[in-house]
Ligand binder design. Structure first.
Ligand SMILES: Nc1ncnc2c1ncn2[C@@H]1O[C@H](COP(=O)(O)OP(=O)(O)OP(=O)(O)O)[C@@H](O)[C@H]1O
Length: 391
């Protein structure tokens, strides 16, 4: 069993990295807790496999440490790390039977043959491979082979974590769901730390309790599927999570709020205060398509958009609109009127998110910020100072 701590970890494939873009993994500090079911979600090339290979020991990080239960394992080879890795393509010995494939890791460790048999039968039952135990792996279907691959990771009692690198890529779509359920069941039964790499948000959300979203070599958010949907703390998370993703609008700052196109969007005192203290020109506003208010007739304060496309997905519709070159999406209920050529849209303020330099500015000041503000006030206000002293 293991807690996996990636401490000040970074990796560059270049021997002499010059800039952040030379890093496949940019410096991060991250903990996968013992027994957690995690997903590592991100687009192609963001560094998912690199990170997994660093954990399993197939790759040595160029900077920082990998700690298992607090012990540095950078110099420990993969076979001694007690980590099982299941790859995109099943790794099985075609000429061996399913039984022998499953028994292989145990026989390698010179486990007593009686124990080997008991363990293989236990895992075969969980993975529903009993009927195939005497068959040569060569004749199996892709999903059967992938189950054997997973089984080889599970037979060992000493495995502390299982890493799955897009394990369902080669599996028929109708079997994917079944295998994902199976993995979840195995997780509950064995209390193993599991990290599941995928670029599919649905796969991530059905497997994992918590998802780490990776972008450009960094984990930009680590949270439950709900947190990622409701509070995306980076514009990429907003855009990547959800179907369709969040509308991200470039805005300009003005007194008391921001402007999108020709309209003023008021912001809370806290957000205005944040903007006043932060000079960045990279200011954006995000709103999920679910929360865009759509009307088929002109209403005061609404933006007039050209309707470009309507996609009917049965229980809801996706409306794609254009406003002076900006594409906007809205999700409409099944029974909601669909505007034909022009839609009038507005953004209810409670659903708007403010992003500065691509990161979310929380709606409410954090506890730390509150404390700092009250300290500021007491520094500048003599009566407050007295009160603090009296306390
Ligand atoms: N052996 C290598 N040598 C040099 N660069 C590499 C090597 N392997 C990966 N990279 C680069 O490192 C970055 C991260 O790649 P990685 O394969 O970890 O991403 P990924 O998120 O797993 O992508 P995918 O989903 O396509 O597998 C990419 O820019 C990739 O081109």
């Amino acid at each position: 069993m293991a807690e996996i701590h990636l401490k000040s970890l970074a990796h560059s494939y270049s021997p002499a990295p010059q800039s952040p873009s030379d890093y496949a993994i940019r410096e991060m500090d991250h903990v996968w807790h013992q027994g957690g079911a995690y997903a590592l979600l991100g687009p192609s090339g963001c560094g998912k496999s690199t990170l997994l290979n660093i954990i399993s020991g197939l790759l040595s990080p160029s900077e920082g440490d990998v700690l298992f239960d607090g012990q540095r394992v950078n110099d420990i080879p993969p076979e001694e790390r007690n980590i099982a890795q299941v790859f995109q393509f099943p790794v099985v010995y075609d000429s061996m039977t399913v039984f022998d494939n499953l028994a292989f890791p145990l026989r390698n460790m010179k486990v007593d043959e009686g124990k080997v048999r008991a363990k293989v039968l236990e895992i075969a039952e969980i993975l529903e491979l009993q009927e195939l135990l005497d068959r040569k792996a060569k004749g199996l279907t892709a999903d059967e082979k992938q189950k054997v691959s997973m089984g080889r990771g599970l037979v060992r009692d000493d495995v502390s974590a299982i890493l799955f690198d897009e394990p369902l890529t080669v599996i028929d779509p109708h079997l994917k769901w079944k295998l994902r359920r199976k993995l979840k069941q195995i997780h509950e039964q064995f209390n193993l730390t599991m990290v599941y790499v995928t670029h599919d948000q649905l796969e991530a959300a059905t497997f994992a309790d918590k998802i780490a979203v990776m972008y450009g070599g960094q984990i930009v958010q680590f949270g439950t599927p709900r947190e990622l949907f409701e509070e995306p703390n980076h514009t990429f998370v907003g855009y990547f999570i959800g179907s369709p993703g969040m509308n991200i609008l470039e805005v300009t700052r003005v007194e008391g709020g921001v402007m999108f196109k020709d309209q003023f969007i008021p912001l809370s005192d806290h957000l205005c205060q944040f903007l006043n203290q932060n000079p960045s020109a990279n200011v954006k506003v995000g709103i999920r398509p679910e929360f865009v208010h759509v009307c088929d007739e002109a209403i005061k304060g609404a933006y007039s958009c050209d309707v470009r496309h309507v996609e009917d997905l049965g229980t809801y519709k996706i409306l794609t609109m254009e406003l002076e070159g900006q594409i906007l999406k809205a999700r409409l209920d099944e029974d909601q009127a669909v505007p034909e050529n022009t839609a009038w849209i507005s953004f209810p303020s409670q659903w708007l998110k403010l992003y500065v330099d691509e990161y979310l500015v929380p709606d409410e000041p954090s506890a730390d910020q509150d404390a700092a503000d009250s300290q500021d006030r007491s520094d500048s206000d003599p009566s407050q100072t007295t009160e603090v002293r009296q306390a």
